[in-house]
Design a protein. Sequence first.
Length: 408
Amino acid sequence: MFERFAERARQVVVFAQDEARFRELYEGRQPLYEEVADGRAHDADDVVLAAGGVTVSAMPRDLVPGIGPAELVADERVLELHPPPVDARVLTVPPGEEAKTVATAERLWRELRLDRGGTLVAFGGGCTTDVAGFVAATYLRGIDWIAVPTTLVGQVDAAIGGKTAIDLPEGKNLVGAFHWPVRTVIDPALLETLPEEQRREGLAEVVKTGLLAGERLWELPDADLVRRCAVFKTALCLRDPYDDGPRQALNLGHTFAHALEAAAGYETVTHGRAVALGLLAALRLSGRPTDAVEAVRCGLRIALPRASDPAAPPTRTAGHPSTRASGGTSVFASIATPTNVAAAPMPIASSRSVVEIPLMKRPMSMSAAAPCCSIWPRRATCCWKTSRPVSWTGSASAGKCCTKSTRA
Ligand SMILES: NC(=O)c1ccc[n+]([C@@H]2O[C@H](COP(=O)([O-])OP(=O)(O)OC[C@H]3O[C@@H](n4cnc5c(N)ncnc54)[C@H](O)[C@@H]3O)[C@@H](O)[C@H]2O)c1
């Protein structure tokens, strides 16, 4: 390091001429550097992570910076498996999508005792960080929060970038806020207790990131793939914090995914499973190979909704504003080449034919009457169809479940 400074010093200012003095000053100031540093960078990836407030490491003892009070919002199942990452009052949320409801958010608003100087720590998967982040964004008009993700989905995606949300019966992530956590601490060791099924759900997001990055990230060991995905997402979110441009590439497969989740009432089709199916549809739409998704998906049991429930509330096709349907079209992220992803408006009718194909890849015995989901502008419904390729006709505004015509 001295040589680097000395070389520069010769060019610009007179400084660092004496190596012994340089070392003495550097050693003396080291504690100060440590105290004020946001992170420690050894390479460009470290710089990106530090700029985004993201740490990939074992759980630090001083998780909450400063001296203000903290409270912990944690997934109750995760607390059975791991000690809380901070010594603080604990508010629990139920596992899964049930955490992302107005009722849970209201309970947290009412139970929190923090003042505006306090910090909310979220400990759990994507559902916990989404609801806790949203509560932090809105409680007292916004307080600091720290994300400690415990699932693969959370570590590679959900806890990074400041998007927070809860679901409504009408659709997923329909209420939310951009509220970047002051810190996201990713400890890959927390994944050791994750059931294989849940891990595979996270791999769907890893495949998405790998396709966008143009690297086979899903083939790396867990600790490495978590870090690479975290870097990729952090960099994209830093470039586009409010999701107005390049960040929308991260929606690859998600328009379909959100429609499937909504169609299943957020019960039988979890986010990771829906993303796997959505990616298949998006890759087909883009004319790209689907082998990476097939490899991840084969271990995922996907129970698709069987039939439209007349009592179910109407659902929207997607939660993200940029992917919401309107006027008979929806916006889909499609991939041309790695790193070249475009958000393209597409008629609802055409998008249906793409999503049918992955849905129909069922065992032969089931294919004669495979269930499929159709995507309407204002309602995601499901119906039965034959195994032969079909093209959809029928108008969404007519409110019919679906009308189909077979193709040779
Ligand atoms: N905000 C964003 O940018 C963003 C991005 C991607 C996904 N999401 C959201 O994330 C949610 C999905 O997140 P998820 O897949 O993490 O689901 P999740 O939070 O429901 O967790 C899945 C299950 O794993 C359990 N679990 C969590 N950590 C565990 C551990 N270490 N060991 C064992 N079990 C553990 C949980 O109790 C739960 O039952 C969706 O609602 C999705 O919309 C948000």
